[in-house]
Design a protein around this ligand. Structure first.
Ligand code: FAD
Length: 380
């Protein structure tokens, strides 16, 4: 009989992995710290690699029904002049799937609907793990315990499981802080997805389904800056007032209670994901800055590769090692490239901004497309 697999964390990584494992014939038990399994955050762009993964486990149609296809992405300067355009339509045709945007809450709802609710336990915060031979004893905050034969840690960037296994792993502050919101698109009628690199920050616009837009704004700041923490829509409007249309208009349509704020962090690349019968997936193993929109996509890829490797052998530790071998280079590449993108996007020296913008305007589209292709090329 196939082993039951314990998953800690009911985020995108944990839920997608449970679906993939169930499809491969494994039973799963999810433990989630929050009192309710729901998405934290605003919108999400899912690239074709994630959509291919969803196809693989038979849920792409349900996810697509809740979101919006995204055929192109524009990179603009502060005046709204085009720096680059990534037309993913041609590539998407080649790969058979498109880029896509979705409200996080809608994605979570679809993922949860694919799981047996009796296997998903909320209000279960892990506070400690102790390995006992091949098994792992989990201790929860409420004092209860659970013995896991196989443990998948999908407990996010601050993963207590990773911290126990790799006490020296480091979260890094990227140097910029971020506000996000989802607002109504009825008045604005925005149809294009874009990111604007200005002189004092950047602003992203992502149309969603159901007549909504997701926007994000990032500004260079020190970590957990009290001034930034106190920012409201009026402060953002002042900060971005010289940015092109429709950025000030989007902010005018936003209410303070829509705002979500957090510093941008990632996990300094770690070189081990497999620890005997324990494996780290998603942000727990490779949290990245959001500059390539690939954090959740990589978590979704993890789910497919993990189920694939576990299906090939009864030796769990060997399957987890094979997972690590297949994943580590790819996720490091994403983390490092995304970190560099962030640094380039947040340049504030006017001379360097001019040089960067000149360069971006003259990069041939084929180079952009090659970059996209590397991300789309999955090994499943
Ligand atoms: C501003 C921003 C924008 C982004 N945009 C995109 C994008 O457009 N596209 C994209 O692909 N990615 C994007 N990402 C990245 C994406 O959000 C993450 O990579 C993804 O959500 C990671 O999923 P996860 O399940 O690994 O972790 P999480 O979503 O963090 O889930 C971890 C889960 O574990 C639970 N947990 C934590 N500790 C415990 C514990 N002790 N016991 C039990 N449960 C626990 C948490 O409550 C949570 O539910 C963005 C990130 C940010 C910050």
């Amino acid at each position: 009989m196939k082993k039951n697999i314990t998953i800690v964390g009911g985020g995108i990584a944990g839920l997608t992995t449970a679906i993939a494992l169930n499809k491969a014939g494994f039973s799963t038990t999810i433990f989630e710290a929050a009192s309710e399994i729901k998405a934290v955050g605003a919108g999400l762009a899912l690239a074709a690699n994630a959509m291919k993964a969803f196809q693989k486990i038979g849920i792409a149609e349900d996810v697509i029904a809740e979101g919006r296809i995204l055929p192109a992405f524009l990179l603009l300067d502060q005046q709204g002049k085009q720096l680059a355009k990534t037309n993913s339509e041609a590539l998407s045709k080649k790969y058979g799937v498109d880029n896509f945007t979705i409200h996080r809450a809608d994605l979570h709802r679809v993922l949860l609907s694919k799981l047996d609710p009796t296997t998903v336990h909320s209000n279960k915060r892990i506070v400690d793990i102790v390995t006992q031979g091949e098994k792992t004893l989990l201790t929860f905050q409420d004092g209860s315990m659970h013995e896991a034969e196989v443990l998948v840690a999908a407990d996010g960037i601050h993963s207590p499981i990773r911290k126990k296994l790799l006490p020296n792993s480091k979260e890094r502050y990227a140097g910029y802080t971020c506000w996000r919101a989802i607002i109504d698109n009825t008045k604005l009628q925005i149809t294009e997805s874009s990111e604007t690199w200005g002189n004092s920050g950047r602003f992203g616009i992502v149309p969603l389904a159901h007549n909504k837009i997701y926007w994000f704004a990032c500004i260079n700041a020190k970590a957990q800056d009290e001034k930034m923490k106190a920012y409201r829509v009026a402060d953002l409007l002042e900060h971005f007032k010289d940015f092109h249309v429709p950025i000030p208009q989007i902010l005018q349509e936003t209410k303070d209670e829509h705002l979500l704020w957090n510093d941008i962090n990632d996990l300094q690349p770690i070189h081990q994901l497999a620890f005997g019968n324990i494996v780290l997936i998603g942000d727990a193993g490779h949290a990245t800055t959001p500059n390539m929109g690939q954090g959740a996509c990589q978590a979704i890829e993890d789910a497919i590769v993990l189920a694939d490797e576990l299906s090939k052998t009864n030796d769990v530790a060997a399957a987890f090692k094979a997972f690590e071998n297949r994943r580590i280079q790819r996720v490091h590449r994403i983390v490092n490239t995304s970190w560099t993108f962030g640094k380039i996007a947040h340049i504030e020296n006017p001379w360097l901004i001019s040089a960067r913008n000149f360069l971006f305007r003259h990069i041939p589209a084929s180079i952009n497309e090659k970059q996209v292709q590397v991300v789309y090329d999955v090994d499943f």
